[in-house]
Design a protein around this ligand. Structure first.
Ligand SMILES: Nc1ncnc2c1ncn2[C@@H]1O[C@H](COP(=O)(O)OP(=O)(O)O)[C@@H](O)[C@H]1O
Ligand SMILES: [Mg+2]
Length: 187
């Protein structure tokens, strides 16, 4: 994806930009946020989650899965790197992928994420810098641990600060930006 398509070029056709920060106090709130975001998502959407181990990426993905109404438990994959969760209600499926163990774009290509992209909401943990160009538009969520910071493995209960940014045409449409704003600020 070019800088221009990503929306971070200084001169934009539309001045509407999705770039919001939100605090999330608990894991339950993180799941609720995922559910509210899911209501905005449609087939073809690509969502990239970043943040350290234990930040809450999988927890957010679980909320997205619940909101989409998909089959199966969204988990931290041990061996399975990408998993498709079919919709139980005729909506988009959820493809949940974890790129933690992937080192290169070639390995990403081996996942064939693009096969299901058009019919699914694709959520990729650790995908930053690897998968954005699979779609024309991407929603990125970077999760910063609050204070105290989450330690690897034993994640601390505590506030996370999320930065949610939209890139590409999809997230430059005023109704999409407004809906995202509502989803992020509602309790
Ligand atoms: N505010 C919060 N948001 C998300 N998770 C939280 C929060 N506070 C504590 N947690 C806990 O942190 C852990 C996050 O783990 P997980 O979602 O698997 O992280 P990641 O996928 O980023 O490695 C879970 O055990 C969750 O219960
Ligand atoms: Mg995870």
């Amino acid at each position: 994806m070019t800088d221009e398509a990503r929306g971070d070029a200084p001169e934009e056709e539309s001045s509407v930009v999705l770039d919001e920060r939100v605090s999330v106090a608990t894991a339950a709130e993180m799941r609720n946020l995922g559910q509210r975001l899911a209501a905005l998502f449609r087939a073809g959407d690509l969502v990239v989650l970043s943040g350290p181990l234990g930040a809450g990426k999988t927890t957010l993905a679980q909320g997205i899965g619940a909101g989409l109404g998909v089959r199966g438990q969204v988990t931290s994959p041990t061996f399975v790197i990408a998993r498709i969760h079919p919709s139980l209600r005729g909506g988009p499926d959820l493809v949940h992928a974890d790129a933690y163990r992937l080192g290169s774009r070639a390995e990403v290509d081996d996942l064939d994420l693009d096969t299901d992209l058009a019919t699914a909401v694709t959520v990729v943990e650790w995908g930053a810098g690897l998968v954005e160009d699979l779609a024309d538009s991407v929603l990125t969520v970077s999760i910063e641990a609050g204070s105290p910071p989450a330690e690897a493995e034993e994640a601390a209960e505590g506030t996370r600060v999320l930065r949610v940014r939209g890139f590409g045409d999809r997230w430059r449409q005023p109704p999409a930006v407004a809906a995202a704003h509502r989803a992020l600020t509602e309790q």
